[in-house]
Design a binder for this molecule. Structure first.
Ligand code: NDP
Length: 322
């Protein structure tokens, strides 16, 4: 079968489209015939070596497809089930052997493309707004990269909680999309200083929470946007890793909280996974949550998809099709 392989860390050009041996499921695994693959910023961290994956490896952590075989101990799914999954490395391929506990059955009205678009970013937006810092009416959230894959879903889910949402984006076109998702105010952080804009929009009070996935270029000012005892939820580093810092700064800026969460810890058991993914899929089915697929690439053109994502050219979800 065909798959993308990474033999050494590097730029998009190290994503090599190759023939690889067929995967064989272990007793607790299912074989998935992959129909659509979700692209995530995390894939670029694996590719560059920022997140560790031992080469040679097949990147990708999100896909949807049909179960085509099951190991002897598998009870969670059956052959023929349409499924989607997150956080099992090796989805940039035509088939993958996946731990069965990670597979979520797709409802009949959710197709493979939508399923592959929603697992990582949907569950991430869910745990950020429900668990890392639970939003509620009367609270204001600042969401960076609000027109990104996670961003558009995060804005919608924050609004579902009744919160006020201020988004940041790099272009006017992305500002329109953040507004479409429900953001109350949008700041072009490439043109205006987002810290002073947030102070202006909140009459100097600041916000209860900043969801920051940009990292290096936003981290310090994100802290300055918070009310005393506010929460900085640093969940990514699209602009680069944040430098080590002195925790005393959290005291000086108002007894702030800092957390650096990861989806793996918020979908850690089958029960939690089914609960979180189930709620997200229910909202997709009912139309309460809109999924914007920005563009698709053939799997063989994975390098171009990474260039688009890292070049800030995308808004919403990008898919690879095997
Ligand atoms: P996005 O679609 O959000 O793409 C990244 C966006 O970040 C860009 O579109 C861009 O938006 C913004 N950005 C700002 N500065 C830069 C820069 N220097 N280079 C590139 N992009 C930049 O990606 P995802 O939705 O896949 O992921 C968003 C973030 O969420 C990532 O940091 C990812 O690691 C994190 N994540 C964390 C998870 C967790 O559990 N901790 C799980 C899933 C994702 P703009 O042009 O508007 O500035």
């Amino acid at each position: 079968m065909k798959a993308i392989r990474v033999h050494k860390p590097g730029g998009p050009e190290v994503l090599s489209y190759e023939d690889v041996p067929e995967p064989e499921p272990n007793p607790n695994e299912a074989l998935v015939e992959i129909k659509a693959i979700g692209l995530n910023f995390i894939d670029t961290y694996h590719r560059t070596g920022l997140y560790k994956a031992a080469p040679p490896f097949t990147p990708g952590v999100e896909a949807a497809g049909t179960v085509s075989a099951v190991g002897s101990d598998v009870s969670e799914v059956e052959v023929g089930d349409p499924v989607a999954y997150a956080l099992s490395l090796g989805t940039y391929a035509e088939r993958a052997a996946v731990p069965a506990w990670q597979l979520v059955k797709l409802p009949p009205d959710v197709d493979f493309k939508t399923g592959a678009a929603i697992m990582v970013q949907g569950m991430t937006a869910h745990y950020l707004t429900r668990s890392s810092y639970p939003l509620a009416p009367g609270r204001t959230a600042l969401v960076h990269a609000a027109a990104g894959g996670v961003g558009l879903l995060l804005v919608q889910m924050a609004k579902m909680c009744g919160a006020r949402v201020i988004g940041t984006v790099s272009t006017e076109e992305k500002a329109q999309l953040a507004g479409w998702a429900g953001a109350d105010e949008v700041i072009l952080y490439t043109e205006k200083d987002f810290e002073s804009e947030v102070q202006r929009l909140t009459d100097g009070a600041g916000v209860e929470v900043v969801y920051d996935s940009v990292g290096q270029t936003t981290f310090e000012k994100s802290m300055n946007c918070l009310k005393p005892r506010g929460y900085l939820v640093l969940f990514g580093q699209a602009s680069g890793p944040v430098a080590p810092f002195d925790p005393q700064i959290l005291n000086a800026k108002g007894s702030l909280f800092l957390t650096r969460p990861s989806l793996g810890h918020y979908a850690a058991s089958r029960e939690e996974l089914l609960e979180r993914a189930g709620e997200v899929l229910k909202w997709v089915s009912s139309g309460d949550l809109k999924v914007r697929i920005d563009r698709t690439f053939p799997l063989s053109e994975a390098s171009d998809s990474h260039r688009a994502l890292e070049g800030r050219k995308t808004a919403g979800k990008v898919l690879l099709l095997p």
